[in-house]
Design a binder for this molecule. Structure first.
Ligand SMILES: [Fe+2]
Length: 295
């Protein structure tokens, strides 16, 4: 079998541009070399030390249930056996970023795309696009949680609809993914915890999101989140906090079409801004924020 390609962004005279790929590939597990397994081990050990007491119980339980360890890069086939039994989700191997509609269609079919390749050692602290560590360690443990698993599928179905609706609708929905699946916090009896994959897969942001005085932490409100711009190049200026996964699923149950109509007439909100109706948990000091560049 030919090995799948490692597809990453391209550097052009206009800067980095993303490259999309739709192919579904077999994980070439035998092709991972000791350096790649070592990168997994370094990242896995670092995050598993950091996350107890910071990540939500559902995430930590998921990680333990899969039996992921620092020993080697997990095999998708092994994880799929457990996933199938628990929530009926399935990991599929991809070569890089998927076009939005393809991504949504997979989620709607309870298939989670996982990039087969892992970052290079020099990218250990930061990589601009999702690699195997982000996709697998960050996203997959929560797919064992039935409520979160259903939310992901509902999101995918919403995405397929939004893609047919308008570019604005897609943008609103992308913000929801960003502030929940990637950068969400959850309130628990023991205090705030992380569930977003972008945070749990990052050493720096796992600490910053909970412990820094700089960012805002605001109670989750669907329409508010859909108006919020965000950062793709720095830690977030604002984190949205859910009460539990049921709240997330319930908020996304209705058809979003009337919301998109409403949102089209409302201005977007800057990534670090607080507005009158916000349920503010902590107001950030704004230290270190860049003034421009919210997307
Ligand atoms: Fe992600």
């Amino acid at each position: 079998m030919e090995n799948p390609e490692r597809i990453q962004h391209k550097l052009t005279d206009k800067g980095y541009v993303p490259v999309y790929t739709t192919a579904i590939v077999e994980q070439p597990w035998d092709s991972y070399d000791p350096v790649e397994h070592g990168t997994w081990a370094t990242l896995f050990e670092r995050q598993s030390k950091l996350l107890p007491g910071r990540a939500c119980d559902e995430f930590l339980q998921g990680l333990a249930h899969f039996g992921m360890s620092a020993r080697s890069i997990p095999r998708f086939a092994d994880l799929n056996e457990k996933l199938k039994l628990a929530t009926g989700w399935k990991l599929i191997g991809v070569q890089g970023l998927l076009p939005e509609l393809d991504f949504f269609e997979h989620l709607a079919a309870r298939e989670f795309p996982v990039t087969w390749w892992i970052r290079k050692p020099e990218e250990i602290d930061y990589i601009s696009e999702p690699d195997l560590f982000h996709d697998l360690f960050g996203h997959v443990p929560l797919l064992l949680n039935p409520v979160f698993a259903d939310y992901m599928q509902a999101y995918g179905r919403g995405g397929v609809k939004a893609a047919r609706n308008s570019p604005e609708a897609l943008q609103f929905l992308t913000r929801l993914y960003w502030y929940t699946v990637e950068f969400g916090l959850i309130q628990t009896a023991a205090g705030l915890r992380i569930y977003g994959a972008g945070i749990v897969s990052s050493k720096g942001e796992s600490i910053y999101a909970l412990e820094s005085a700089a960012p805002n932490r605001i109670g989750f409100d669907l329409l508010r989140v859909m108006r919020a711009r965000y950062r793709i190049d720095t830690y977030q200026k604002t984190y949205f906090v859910i009460d539990d996964f049921h709240q997330l699923f319930a908020a996304t149950e209705p058809d979003f079409t009337p919301y998109y109509e409403l949102l089209r007439d409302l201005p977007s909100i800057g990534a670090g801004a607080i507005v009158a109706q916000d349920q503010v948990i902590t107001r950030g000091t704004g230290e270190g924020w860049l003034l421009d560049g919210d997307v």
